[in-house]
Design a protein around this ligand. Structure first.
Ligand SMILES: Nc1nc2c(c(=O)[nH]1)N[C@H]1C(S)=C(S)[C@@H](COP(=O)(O)OP(=O)(O)OC[C@H]3O[C@@H](n4cnc5c(N)ncnc54)[C@H](O)[C@@H]3O)O[C@H]1N2
Ligand code: MOO
Length: 411
């Protein structure tokens, strides 16, 4: 293997792209590649992204709604019971002072109601009338109290989660216009890779084939097939990429082969397929040979190809640096934010490169974090960002690129 990756750069890129510009380019490429919105039933929208702002279609609640079980009363008590109103029906107005209707939680409050006396605050007089004192606070929800007709509850680009689905249902939506999770495929390159058993005799276990789809799902993509290990020949690389392209993947992640060693065939394969580079090497350590390209699909259209370097930690650096913004763009979501983390120990820089350093929840750089290792990552929450020609001391707040972990998974 030689040190020089391909020199086929995007227009205007003469050397590795600064890390922040590479993220922005990946996001822009995702936005450009985004598929049109689709209309799906509410329950199928989980994990997709709102294509339009979520607007209320009526006042919420849509009618004055009792928040207690009790008696809706008019005038002074004791009150003669003239009926009952249950949730799901429309009541007649209360027209006469000294009358009431029994009312259930969730029922529409009759016009003419002055107050609601809770069941537990009500008594019956001997002649069957209701007496009691209403509490000071209103015992029903006014129309529009939660939201007014036409109000924007959520902007376009909001990830659809169970809370959003429930909210949309409460507003009366049957379907939602969403951008679906982008479809993906993973191609694993490397003849040295084993898919089962113990590493040894010059061979290592493929640690990316089983893990990258799970990271992709957590980034909001739909994980597709894993192809490989693909034989270390140019023909096999081209064939595998073609298989993923014809299989319909919108985003293809490859692992390994990003340099230009004797069996690193990614760049020649991309050239053969007529790829257009969007990012080709990044001023970041680890992971600098990462790339993103747009590749024509046989039969029309294009797919994005993200080249993740073979060193396992470098592959994940590329995933959070290029794939996360690309998936966000393809989904119509905003650029993934970088929250700050306060470091509790010093972290060195990497010369003119941005240094992405695995840190734990306490802001401590984890050990066993060489680019070939995954041990440190298993105890980390993300990568602290140390800018080019910088370093950080204990107490400094720096941006964090979070690992896309689900609730409860943060070590
Ligand atoms: N002379 C130089 N050599 C290298 C340089 C350099 O600057 N000069 N850069 C290094 C950097 S940085 C990286 S990152 C790697 C990237 O190389 P490739 O993307 O071409 O990856 P490979 O050569 O295929 O593999 C590198 C390394 O990773 C292991 N690997 C690959 N795939 C997997 C996998 N799926 N699971 C586990 N391990 C994997 C592979 O066995 C190699 O050890 O290049 C450096 N070289
Ligand atoms: O900088 Mo490479 O990406 O080993 O690790």
């Amino acid at each position: 293997m030689t040190a020089q990756p391909s020199t086929a750069n995007p227009p205007g890129q003469t050397g590795p792209l600064p890390w922040a510009r590479a993220r922005a380019a990946a996001y822009a490429a995702g936005v450009e590649a985004a598929a049109p919105p689709v209309e799906v039933p509410l329950a199928d929208a989980d994990g997709a992204t709102l294509a339009n702002p979520l607007l209320t279609r009526t006042d919420l609640p849509a009618f004055p709604t009792s928040s207690v079980d009790g008696y809706a009363v008019r005038g002074d008590g004791p009150w003669r019971v003239v009926g009952r109103v249950l949730a799901g029906t429309m009541p007649k107005p209360l027209t006469e002072d000294g009358t009431c209707v029994e009312i259930a939680t969730g029922a529409a409050v009759p016009e003419g109601t002055a107050a609601i006396v809770r069941t537990e605050d009500a008594d019956r007089t001997q002649d069957g009338r209701v007496s009691g004192v209403p509490r000071g606070m209103p015992e029903w929800r006014e129309p529009g109290e939660e939201a007014r007709l036409g109000e924007q509850l959520l902007p376009a680009g909001t990830p659809v989660n169970p809370a959003v689905i429930g909210l949309a249902a409460s507003c009366g939506y049957d379907t939602l216009a969403v951008r679906a999770a982008p479809t993906t495929a993973v191609l694993v390159f490397g003849d040295e890779l084993l898919t089962a058993g113990l590493p040894g005799d010059g061979r290592v276990r493929d640690s990316l084939g089983p893990s990258v789809p799970a990271w992709l799902r957590r980034l909001g993509a739909a994980a597709g097939p894993v192809l490989g290990p693909v034989e270390d020949t140019l023909d096999a690389h081209v064939e595998a990429l073609n298989r993923a392209l014809t299989g319909g993947a919108e985003l293809i992640c490859t692992t390994g082969g990003t340099m230009s060693g004797p069996v690193d065939h990614l760049h020649p394969a991309l050239a053969q397929l007529g790829a257009r580079y969007l990012v080709n090497t990044v001023e970041v350590r680890p992971g600098f040979p990462m790339l993103l390209a747009s590749v024509p699909r046989p039969g029309g259209g294009t797919a994005l190809v993200a080249g993740l370097p073979g060193n396992p930690q470098s592959a994940i650096v590329a995933l959070v640096s290029l794939v996360a913004p690309a998936v966000a763009g393809m989904s119509g979501r905003p650029m993934p934010p970088l929250p700050n983390i306060r470091l509790t120990g010093p972290v060195g820089g990497r010369g003119g490169y941005t240094h992405l350093v695995l840190v734990d929840a306490d802001g401590v750089a984890v050990s066993h974090a060489a680019s070939s290792m995954l041990r440190g990552m298993a105890g980390a929450v993300g990568f602290a960002v140390i800018p080019p020609n910088g370093q950080a001391s204990a107490g400094d707040e720096v941006p964090l690129v979070p690992l896309p972990l689900l609730a409860g998974e943060r070590p």
